[in-house]
Design a protein around this ligand. Sequence first.
Ligand SMILES: C[S@@+](CC[C@H](N)C(=O)[O-])C[C@H]1O[C@@H](n2cnc3c(N)ncnc32)[C@H](O)[C@@H]1O
Length: 252
Amino acid sequence: MSTRDLWNRYARYFNAEENVVFPADQPELDFYKQIRKDYTGACLEIGAGSGRLAGSLNRESVTIALEPSDSMLAGWTVSDAGFVVRVQAFGESMPFRTGSFPVVCFPYNGLQCVPEEEKRVGIIKEAFRVTAPGGVFLLEVSPIFARRGPEPLTERYSVNIPGGARLVLKEKVERRRNPDSIRYHMFYTTVDRHCETTEQITLDLAVTSRDEIVTLLMESGFCDIVQWGNYDRSTYDDELSPRLLVLAAKGI
Ligand SMILES: C[S@@+](CC[C@H](N)C(=O)[O-])C[C@H]1O[C@@H](n2cnc3c(N)ncnc32)[C@H](O)[C@@H]1O
């Protein structure tokens, strides 16, 4: 299944999880707000989904939201869409001129959602190309996924969603090699007064490491790479950090 088809099917559940099932991650939102205070000017968000971070990224100046999935793009609220230009495209071939954006970001493990290595490399090269000289690229990944092992099928949640239905997730986690990835087998059951339907979504997340990411950024031309281990800008630690946030510069 293509990435676009996968996210077209997954959007409904991803957005329910981010907006209803789990509370908003305030430190994450504050982190992106602060990035936009520190680095002003036009901002490009790669893999912008349904605009979850729009309110944090877009207050300061114009933002372009690049997203390949029709369903994710359809999920934007009117207020978020109001101050953002949405562009339907893939990160590995962006329809922008070289050096267009002083700030480029690819948040929330978006890079790991791209299973093919050559496409991930292509996205970082494109990110470098479209970043303005003197600008920055912010990338968020989770190397800690490398330590995730297989997990048997279990129920993860069962919650009421807007509209009166109940959403139940059962999930099995498979660890795969060649390429190194984690496969989530997700079974979403929607129960309402009239019927019960189950849809299976299979999502592969690429496993990556700090060294791999830093090497990739440097080989693509970025320099002055700052690394944080969480939204509080603490130092990255391979064993303990829940995520890796890298801020990479493009020289003048
Ligand atoms: C984990 S979601 C994050 C969405 C949004 N940034 C957020 O934080 O809610 C990853 C997003 O990356 C998008 N994506 C997948 N492959 C992509 C690609 N090749 N180029 C750009 N975006 C892609 C997906 O459609 C999805 O919306």
